[in-house]
Design a protein around this ligand. Structure first.
Ligand code: GLN
Length: 261
C-alpha cells in the first residue's frame, strides 16, 4: 500500500510538472514554445541590408520582419560576416539566413533554401577613367586585380574566371564587405569589383568616379537559408512568402528600395 502511494504521488508530481510546463508559455522567455526568430545577415549590402544609425534597414530586413509578424514571432537580427551565415544556420545558431543570398549547389549541400523572393545579377564596377571598357577587357594582361566580398558568388566567379583567363589566385583580393572592396577600387588597390547589381548601384551612387560596366554576367536567385532538419520553419517561411506575394506586400517592399526604372 505504502509503495502504491509513493508511486501514485510520483506520477502526480510528474503530471503536475507537465501541466505547469504546458501552461508556462506566455511571459516565459523561450522555454517551451519558441517565440524569437533569429535571422543572420551581413548589413553592408544595400539596398538589401544596411545600417541606418543603430537601426537595420533594407529589403531583407523588412521581408524578415513581415515573416516574423505572420508567424507571431519576435525578429532578432544578428549582423555577422557573410561567410559565417550558412554554417551558423546549419548548426542552429541562427534560424535563418537572409542576406541577398544566392541559391548555389554548394550551399544546398549544407542548408535548405526557401522559395526565391528576388533575383540578382553579377556586375563589374570600375573607375570612370578605367581602361577597362567592357567585360572582354577584363581578361587584360594578367596583372589586373579583382576585388570581391569574401565567400560570395562574386568571389566564386572571380576565382573561376581568373583561372580560365590564365590569372593566378593572387589576382583576386577578398574583402570582408562589398563596401571595403569598393574602397579598394577607389584607392587603386584593385581595378574592378565583382558584386551583385543592386549593391553595385548603391555603391556607385554613394561614391564619385565609379561606374558599372555594360553587360550582365550571371543571373542568380536570392532565397532564405534554413537548416535542413528545420522543415517546419521552411514550410512556415514558404507559406509566409507566398502570402506576402499574393498580398502585394513583397513587391511593395522591393519597389520601396528599388524604384522601377
Ligand atoms: N548574392 C551574393 C551571394 O550570395 C552576395 C550576397 C552578399 O554579399 N550579401 O554570395
Amino acid at each position: 500500500m505504502k509503495k502504491f502511494l509513493k508511486i501514485t504521488s510520483i506520477v502526480l508530481v510528474i503530471a503536475l510538472v507537465a501541466v505547469f510546463a504546458a501552461c508556462g508559455g506566455k511571459g516565459d522567455t523561450d522555454t517551451d514554445e519558441k517565440t524569437t526568430l533569429v535571422m543572420a545577415t551581413n548589413a553592408a549590402f544595400p539596398p538589401y541590408e544596411y545600417k541606418e544609425g543603430d537601426n537595420f534597414a533594407g529589403i531583407d530586413i523588412e521581408i524578415a520582419q513581415a515573416i516574423a509578424d505572420k508567424l507571431g514571432m519576435t525578429l532578432e537580427i544578428k549582423d555577422v560576416e557573410f561567410g559565417s551565415i550558412v554554417g551558423g544556420v546549419q548548426t542552429g545558431k541562427f534560424d535563418m539566413g537572409i542576406a541577398g543570398m544566392t541559391v548555389t549547389d554548394e550551399r544546398l549541400e549544407s542548408v535548405n533554401f526557401s522559395t526565391s523572393y528576388a533575383t540578382g545579377i553579377q556586375v563589374v564596377i570600375v573607375t570612370e577613367d578605367s581602361a577597362i571598357k567592357s567585360l572582354d577587357d577584363l581578361k587584360g594582361d594578367g596583372s589586373m586585380k579583382f576585388g570581391v566580398q569574401q565567400d560570395t558568388t562574386g568571389d566564386i566567379y572571380a576565382s573561376a574566371s581568373v583561372e580560365e583567363d590564365g590569372y593566378g589566385e593572387e589576382n583576386v583580393i577578398r574583402y570582408k564587405t562589398g563596401a571595403d572592396a569598393v574602397q579598394a577600387l577607389k584607392t587603386g588597390k584593385v581595378q574592378a569589383v565583382i558584386i551583385d547589381n543592386e549593391p553595385a548601384k548603391s555603391f556607385v551612387a554613394a561614391n564619385e568616379g565609379l561606374k558599372i560596366l555594360d553587360g550582365t554576367w550571371v543571373e542568380e536567385n536570392y532565397a532564405i537559408a534554413i537548416a535542413k532538419e528545420n522543415t517546419e520553419l521552411l514550410e512556415d517561411v514558404n507559406n509566409a512568402l507566398a502570402e506576402l506575394k499574393s498580398e502585394g506586400k513583397l513587391d511593395s517592399i522591393i519597389s520601396k528600395y528599388i524604384p522601377a526604372e
